[in-house]
Design a protein around this ligand. Structure first.
Ligand SMILES: O=C(O)[C@@H](O)[C@@H](O)[C@H](O)[C@H](O)CO
Ligand SMILES: [Mg+2]
Length: 403
C-alpha cells in the first residue's frame, strides 16, 4: 500500500491565482488536488501546509474515506470554505493516486461511465444584448448545446459576468475590490429582453441559462423566473443568497423556471433542506469547495433521491485539476445534469497539462490513469502569487449589496 511520504502546497498565478496540493507516496506515485479559494488563497495554503500536511505523513494513501473523516472530524471546527477546500485538495490527490496505482481513470473507480460525456455550458457575454447574442451564436457554431447569457445593464458601468474578452472572464481584477453599482429595477428590465432576442436568434434547440449571482431578493427572483418562463430557460442560477434556504420556497411558489444554486456551498448541510424540500432543480456545489470527490458524491446521492441533478460550478478560478475531478464524477453518477465550462487562459492550461477534451458540446475526462491532470512545477514557479480580489456591489445610494 502506498504511504504518504510528503506533500507540498504550490501557489502559482498563471493569469490568476491557484493553490495546488501535490501528494507524494513512498513508491513515487504522486497525486494533485486543487485548493483555490478566490481572493482568500493564502488562507487555504496555510491551512494545508501548517495544519493538514503534518497529519498526512505516513498514512496509507488508499484510505480515502478514513482520511476524509479524520480531517473533517479531527479538526473539531467543521465545514466552512477554507476547511472544506483544504480537505477537497487532499481528497482529489488521493483519488488521483488510487487511479494511478490501479491503472484506471477515476471515473472507472466511481462505477464507470453512465453517459458519453458531460454536457457543458459556455459563458456568452457582452456589453449589449446584440454583443451577447453574437457571442452566443459563436458558441452555438462550436457545437455547444447549452449557453449562459450575461449582458451589461443599461445605465450601469459594469456588472457581473461581462468581460472585455470574448471568451475569457476573470472577475478578480484588482489588488483591492473594485466597486460596482447595482440597480435591480434596471436589471429586471434587460434580462427578459435578452432572452427574447436570444430565442429569436438561436432558436429553441439550445439550452439557455442565466446567472443572477445572488443579487435579487426572493420576491424579485420570483418575478424574474416568471418573466423568463416564455423563453424556457434551462435554469436561473443563484437567484437569491442561499444562507436562507427557506427563501427558495417563495421563489418556487411563483415560477416553474428551474432553479440552480450552490457554487459557494461547502457541505451537504448547506443544501440538505433545499434538496429534501424539492426547492431546487440543480445543485451547483463543486468537488473543490464542497470537500472533494468523496463529499460531492454524497451530495449527488442525496440529490438523486429528489430528482435534483448536478450543475457544478466551473469558473476560471477552479483549476484544471477541479475540472478533471468534476468530469470524472459527472461521467459516473446517475444524476449528472450539466457542467459549467469557462475556459482557462493559455498560461493556466500550460501550467496544468490535462487530458479532458471537448467535442459535440460535451467534455470527456479522458482515459489516463488517475485524474489525467498534472502540474508543471517549473512553469508554476515562474508565475508568483499576486493579490487579486473580486469586486463588491453597492446600490445607487451607496448601500452595500451582494455582487
Ligand atoms: O457561475 C459562475 O461562474 C460565477 O458565479 C463565478 O464566476 C463566480 O463569480 C466566481 O467563481 C467567484 O470566484
Ligand atoms: Mg455563478
Amino acid at each position: 500500500m502506498p504511504k504518504i511520504a510528503s506533500a507540498r502546497v504550490i501557489v502559482t498565478s498563471p493569469g490568476r491565482n491557484f493553490v495546488t496540493l501535490k501528494v507524494v507516496c513512498d513508491d513515487g506515485t504522486t497525486g494533485v488536488g486543487d485548493a483555490t479559494l478566490n481572493g482568500r488563497e493564502l488562507a487555504v495554503a496555510s491551512y494545508l501546509a501548517d495544519h493538514v500536511v503534518p497529519c498526512l505523513i505516513g498514512r496509507d494513501a488508499h484510505r480515502i474515506e478514513d482520511i476524509w473523516q479524520y480531517l473533517y472530524k479531527g479538526a473539531y471546527w467543521r465545514r466552512g470554505p477554507v476547511t472544506m477546500a483544504a480537505i477537497a485538495a487532499v481528497d482529489m490527490a488521493l483519488w488521483d493516486i488510487k487511479g494511478k496505482v490501479a491503472g484506471l481513470p477515476v471515473y472507472q473507480l466511481l462505477g464507470g461511465a453512465s453517459r458519453a460525456g458531460c454536457m457543458v455550458y459556455g459563458h456568452a457575454n457582452g456589453e449589449t444584448i446584440a454583443d451577447t447574442i453574437a457571442a452566443a451564436l459563436d458558441y452555438q457554431r462550436q457545437g455547444y448545446k447549452a449557453i449562459r447569457l450575461q449582458c451589461g445593464v443599461p445605465g450601469m458601468a459594469s456588472t457581473y459576468g461581462v468581460s472585455k474578452d470574448k471568451y475569457f472572464y476573470e472577475p478578480a481584477d484588482a489588488e483591492l475590490p473594485t466597486e460596482n453599482l447595482w440597480s435591480t429595477a434596471k436589471y429586471l428590465r434587460v434580462v427578459p429582453e435578452l432572452f427574447a432576442a436570444a430565442r429569436e436568434a438561436l432558436g429553441w434547440d439550445v439550452h439557455l441559462l442565466h446567472d443572477v449571482h445572488h443579487r435579487l431578493t426572493p420576491i424579485e427572483a420570483a418575478r424574474l423566473g416568471k418573466d423568463l418562463e416564455p423563453y424556457r430557460p434551462f435554469w436561473i442560477e443563484d437567484a437569491t443568497p442561499a444562507e436562507d434556504q427557506e427563501a427558495f420556497r417563495l421563489i418556487r411558489q411563483h415560477t416553474t423556471t428551474p432553479l440552480a444554486v450552490g457554487e459557494i456551498f461547502s457541505s451537504i448541510w448547506d443544501c440538505k433542506a433545499l434538496i429534501e424540500n424539492r426547492l431546487i432543480d440543480y445543485i451547483r456545489a463543486t468537488v473543490l469547495h464542497a470537500g472533494g470527490i468523496t463529499h460531492m458524491r454524497q451530495i449527488a446521492s442525496l440529490a438523486d433521491l429528489y430528482h435534483v441533478r448536478t450543475g457544478c460550478h466551473g469558473a476560471t478560478d477552479l483549476s484544471p485539476v477541479t475540472m478533471a475531478a468534476a468530469l470524472h464524477l459527472g461521467l459516473a453518477i446517475p444524476n449528472f445534469g450539466i457542467q459549467e465550462y469557462m475556459r482557462h487562459s493559455d498560461d493556466t492550461d500550460a501550467v496544468f497539462p490535462h487530458g479532458y477534451r471537448f467535442a459535440d458540446g460535451m467534455l470527456h475526462p479522458g482515459d489516463a490513469p488517475g485524474l489525467g491532470v498534472h502540474i508543471d512545477e517549473t512553469l508554476a514557479a515562474a508565475h508568483p502569487y499576486r493579490r487579486a480580489y473580486l469586486p463588491v456591489n453597492r446600490l445607487e445610494d451607496g448601500t452595500m449589496w451582494s455582487w
